[in-house]
Ligand binder design. Sequence first.
Ligand SMILES: NC(=O)c1ccc[n+]([C@@H]2O[C@H](COP(=O)([O-])OP(=O)(O)OC[C@H]3O[C@@H](n4cnc5c(N)ncnc54)[C@H](O)[C@@H]3O)[C@@H](O)[C@H]2O)c1
Length: 264
Amino acid sequence: MAQEISSRNSVAIITGAAGDIGGAIARRLGEDHEVVLLVDIDGDAAARVAQDLGGEDRFTGVACDVTDAASVEAMAATAAQLGVVRTLVNNAGGACAASLHEATPETWRLDSALNLEAAFLCFRAVEAALKESRGAVINIASVNGIGVFGHPAYSAAKAGLLHLTRLIAVEYGKFGIRANAVAPGTVRTQAWEARAAANPQVFEEAKRWYPLKRIVDAEDVANAVHFLASPKASAITGVCLPVDCGLTAGQSELARTFSQSGHY
Ligand SMILES: NC(=O)c1ccc[n+]([C@@H]2O[C@H](COP(=O)([O-])OP(=O)(O)OC[C@H]3O[C@@H](n4cnc5c(N)ncnc54)[C@H](O)[C@@H]3O)[C@@H](O)[C@H]2O)c1
């Protein structure tokens, strides 16, 4: 049955929601938001995912380039028509150059725009609504923002995104707005297609470095986002929650070498 649209509906915005992680987050946030706005530069794909999640007035797709201020303003206006934004998930992201040697000024700027500046644009566009709802921002960072794992401009932008998270938490805490980040490890998504085509063993090889000996699922990320958006996390702001199967905790192979203990 179609949900009645009222100005008091709580709205969750997820950027990059046509992707696998964004779609999983949208599904989970649909459990406790009346309206979920799936935002993507590919508006048709966002609309398809919204339809798959139940469509009607509960899941709505909208085309928006989150690196473009005017496009973001238009998206925020759409959200305002649906209700009051309670949760903003800055999930759109991606990487161009794999190494510093391959990076150009243009690819560096593209990665900065998508992985850092876009989160600032989206936050400012819905800031007033988040004040009204005493809402939450969740920024999808990466283990690449914590240690060096390749894709330098993307990584530097994700490190910046972790600091933007703290900046929002400190400046906007007095309005009841919370800001936290989630830093996923490897998740098998469209973003890995080219690498998986070049090396079909890439995920098996990656597992070796994860203490849990597995990679992360999109649902693992969505569960963390759902928690951070919920009242259960009402005293948590300004933190980064790694969802990385232990990658940033350390490496057992190195611990074995350093300690010369077979227990690792
Ligand atoms: N997949 C992983 O291993 C992994 C690991 C750590 C962090 N992350 C992060 O998780 C988030 C989601 O990643 P994913 O793997 O699902 O990626 P994905 O490539 O599958 O999806 C990203 C989505 O963002 C959209 N997008 C790209 N540019 C956009 C723009 N300018 N405006 C609006 N939308 C845009 C794309 O159309 C796509 O639907 C990203 O921030 C990524 O950095 C992913």
